[in-house]
Design a protein around this ligand. Structure first.
Ligand code: UFG
Length: 328
């Protein structure tokens, strides 16, 4: 079973739940490790084995690695709220960096050498060149981006010194849902689920954080990439990891949409007018974040299926209509 058992940390979260679903569909045996601090128990696929716990709990990890023949870890578990990261850096560094190192040490101790890590476009800070390539200079503007970037560096050192094989993915704006698993955070801060609350009659309007950016309509441009396409990239990484040289890949569609364009698309798909309120800029928001994902396409053979905004928003709308009360 060693070739087929994967430990997914954060498998009760948004991207982790979708990746778990895909791994199971491809015949893998999945163990989900999640402390349910932000994840949802019902977002864990029923065929996955669920363990409630922290990624830095060495005795728990020891039991997990001893009791199962785990081939690789896909490491999603993290604290991810950018604003909170700046006021509580201790917690972000403890969870995203220090506990992550405990996870790596447990892997090493038990002979598990492969890890796929969820990093973020936040490592780039305010970009100089768009689309952003992996070679772009890095300058995280917040403790969240920094915690992810530091762990990327840890992976490089553990690769060089101890032979850990890693693939790092820097996600741009994950969006969209599958039939069963969707985007649901508490508190919700992400644009698309917040927009959809209006046609769901859970909000009266959507805030637009800044309409005075130097972009085509004054609102921020982001690169939205479907969560299933992100999950596919993880599968390709698992399949190729042994032959790759500890690479880092951006995951995005390569096309940017403004906040107003996302709202207009949601209006068209939900057939509902979505009132907006213009608010001041949100601190630390770059005007434009668009990925070059040529490297992932060329080296991994990654080929996103959801290349237009409509299909991404449509998948999200369909899930939210069916899950008006979340997973309950
Ligand atoms: N936005 C609004 N109104 C809202 C929410 C968001 O106008 O109510 C705007 C934001 O200002 C931003 C865009 O919509 O311009 C997208 O915002 P999100 O919060 O959905 O996503 P971010 O681009 O801020 O964040 C994403 C990931 C983070 C990651 C970051 C990298 O969700 O994990 O990209 O910069 F750190």
């Amino acid at each position: 079973m060693r070739d087929k058992t994967i430990l997914v940390t954060g498998g009760a979260g948004y991207i982790g739940s979708v990746c778990t679903e895909l791994l199971l569909a491809r015949g893998y045996h999945v163990i989900v490790l999640d402390n349910l601090k932000t994840g949802h128990r019902k977002a864990v696929h029923p065929k996955a084995e669920f363990i409630n716990g922290n990624i830095g709990n060495k005795s728990l990890l020891g039991r997990l690695f001893n009791g199962n023949s785990i081939r690789a870890v896909i490491h999603f578990a993290a604290e991810t709220l950018v604003t909170a990261a700046n006021t509580q850096p201790q917690s972000y560094l403890a969870n995203n960096l220090v506990q992550g190192i405990h996870l790596l040490d447990s892997m090493l101790k038990h002979g598990c050498r492969q890890i796929v890590f969820s990093s973020t476009a936040a490592v780039y800070g305010e970009p100089n060149d768009v689309p952003i390539k992996e070679t772009h200079n890095t300058n995280p503007l917040n403790a969240y981006g920094d915690s992810k970037f530091m762990f990327e560096k840890v992976l490089k050192h553990y690769g060089n010194a101890y032979g850990i094989k890693s693939v790092v993915f820097r996600y741009f704006n994950a969006a969209g849902c599958t039939k069963h698993y969707g985007e649901l955070h508490n508190p919700e801060t992400h644009l698309l689920p917040l927009i959809l609350r209006v046609p769901l009659r859970q909000s009266d309007y959507i805030n637009i954080f800044g309409d005075d950016y130097d972009t085509r309509d004054g609102t921020c441009i982001r690169d939205y990439v479907h969560v299933s396409d992100i999950a596919n990239a993880h599968l390709l990484a698992l399949e190729g990891i042994e032959d790759l040289n500890n690479p880092t890949y951006n995951l995005g569609n390569g096309t940017g949409f403004t906040v107003k364009e996302v709202i207009a698309t949601a209006e068209q798909i939900s057939q509902c007018t979505i009132p907006v309120r213009i608010q001041p800029r949100r601190p630390g928001d770059p005007a434009v974040l668009v990925a070059s994902s040529d490297k992932a396409r060329e080296q991994l053979g990654w080929n996103p299926n959801y290349t237009d905004l409509e299909s991404i928003v449509e998948s999200s709308w369909a899930w939210h209509l069916r899950h008006k009360d979340g997973y309950d």
